[in-house]
Write a protein that binds this ligand. Structure first.
Ligand SMILES: Cc1cc2nc3c(=O)[nH]c(=O)nc-3n(C[C@H](O)[C@H](O)[C@H](O)COP(=O)(O)OP(=O)(O)OC[C@H]3O[C@@H](n4cnc5c(N)ncnc54)[C@H](O)[C@@H]3O)c2cc1C
Length: 452
């Protein structure tokens, strides 16, 4: 009897996973609830519908998003192939005609004879092998089963994340390293403000343009922690007694406690990225850059990730998943896409691809599918499945996740180019070392099924 795997969710991750399994001869039961019941952000019954922007970000091979695209090209990703086949001109980014894209993906996936597309809402996790890819807006009917799988406190319904900046873009002469009351190591960077700087910052923060919450998010927002601009609006000193409190800190340049402080906390062991503690926000992305660059030390900051506050169902992947996205407690189940916390269209597709390769390899008794951390996807999955990652917030690929270069490379352009070259070399070396994954044949099939 043919091995069959159930993939739940026909979004970007689920469609990619289904195709990758099918093209390797595995039967797939692809369960997608659309077009009915109504999904809050989707409008069609097409597989891989893009819920918002039609951009898949930069195609520059020396950007993190561009590196991911090279890795997906090399791995034979059907989502990326359909995106390239339906691209519209948009400068350096890969931008698609959204309808043509979803139609192409639906056509290619449903043409595979191994795939049985079932239009129904999954209300539980079936027996047998499963890839769960129901995305950030997983339907309510599946939530009790997800809770059971994940365990208490390991399933989130809301993403409230502060912005993250590239460590190398922080001006260290404007800030100082110290932990409050000198407890533990001096891991935090503190950006001190005097009275007038603080007032100007609060005025800009409270006056900046915000994203309007979608209807289905309004109730969730109430339960989530509050955005920094909302707290600031409660009173001039509200943040100074909250996230910006200066107690336990001494500015070595003045020998005194500052009026207010923005603390930056390292995002990773290598300290290549820092988040702005307590600054979860609903400001629009351009406004975040404008306002947060007023913080001393962040005048030239590169934002690796903007702050967000939106509805988002995801599991605590570092505690629950293996590096190839299997549940530690029940390896017949894999979790892919935004449900695993890989944020972004192509990140979702990439984790779907990896989950499928993982299932394929484990069925053949081959070693686990673990990408080198120097690749964009390998770095993202290392972040997502390393038990050291806490607290866990969904993340898109970014340079700050990659291990530092040795020796270090000076200059941003040169550094990004070196990361790009290293990721391509690592990826092709890794693919060459895993011939049993059959990637070359898949790429040839894909080129025939999705002509550019
Ligand atoms: C409102 C919103 C806007 C976003 N905008 C962007 C953006 O502009 N750019 C970007 O890169 N990323 C964006 N993201 C983040 C993320 O990249 C996308 O959500 C992406 O589509 C995630 O892919 P996925 O495959 O994990 O989930 P999805 O693409 O959402 O696919 C999940 C699928 O599962 C189905 N499903 C859900 N529950 C069930 C069930 N019980 N039974 C059967 N099927 C079910 C859904 O109908 C859906 O088709 C956005 C997220 C949200 C919530």
């Amino acid at each position: 009897m043919r091995r069959t795997i159930t993939v739940i969710g026909g979004g970007l991750a689920g469609s990619e996973a289904a195709y990758q399994l099918a093209v390797r001869g595995i039967g797939v039961r692809l369960v997608e609830m659309r077009p009915s019941p109504h999904a809050p952000a989707h409008h069609t019954g097409l597989l891989g519908e893009l819920v918002c922007s039609n951009s898949m970000k930069s195609d520059d091979p020396d950007s993190a998003a561009g590196m991911l695209k090279r890795e997906l090209d090399a791995s034979g990703s059907v989502v990326l192939a359909c995106a390239r086949a339906t691209a519209v001109a948009a400068g350096g980014s890969l931008t698609v005609d959204r309808e043509a894209f979803a139609e192409a993906l639906t056509r290619v996936v449903t043409a595979r004879p191994e795939i049985d597309l079932v239009r129904e809402e999954a209300t539980g996790v079936p027996s047998g092998e499963v890839v769960l890819a129901t995305g950030p807006l997983t339907s309510d009917a599946l939530e009790p089963s997800l809770r059971d799988l994940a365990g208490t406190g390991r399933l989130a319904f809301y993403d409230a994340a502060a912005p993250i900046v590239d460590a190398s873009s922080i001006d260290r002469s404007e800030c100082f390293a110290q932990s409050r009351y000198d407890k533990g190591g001096a891991d935090y960077l503190n950006c001190p403000m005097d009275h007038s700087e603080y007032e100007a910052f609060i005025e800009a923060l409270t006056g900046a343009a915000r994203v309007t919450a979608k209807e289905f998010e309004a109730a969730d927002l109430f339960h989530a922690c509050q955005p920094a601009e909302e707290i600031a609006r409660r009173g001039a000193d509200a943040l100074r007694f909250g996230a910006m409190k200066p107690v336990g800190l001494t500015d070595p340049r003045t020998g005194r406690r500052p009026w207010a402080v923005v603390q930056l906390r390292p995002e990773n062991r290598e300290h290549t990225a820092y988040n702005l503690v307590g600054f979860q926000t609903n400001l629009t992305f351009p406004e975040q850059v404008r306002v947060f660059r007023m913080i001393p030390g962040l005048k030239e900051a590169d934002f690796l990730r903007h702050g967000v506050m939106h509805r988002n169902t995801f599991v605590d992947a570092p505690r629950l998943l293996t590096p190839d996205l299997a549940l530690r407690s029940d390896p017949r189940i894999r979790i892919a896409g935004q449900l695993s916390g890989t944020e972004g269209y192509l990140e979702a597709a990439a984790s779907g691809l990896l989950a499928a390769l993982g299932a394929f390899a484990s069925g053949r008794g081959a070693p686990a599918v673990v990408l080198p951390p120097e690749t964009a996807l390998g770095a993202l999955l290392t972040y997502a499945t390393d038990p050291e990652t806490r607290p866990y917030q969904p993340m898109h690929v970014n340079i700050g996740l990659l291990p530092p270069l040795t020796p270090p490379v000076r200059g941003k352009r040169e550094r990004y180019a070196a990361h790009g070259a290293r990721s391509r070399a690592e990826m092709s070396g890794w693919l060459a070392s895993r011939p049993e994954l059959d990637v070359e044949r898949v790429r040839t099939t894909l080129a025939r099924e999705v002509p550019r």
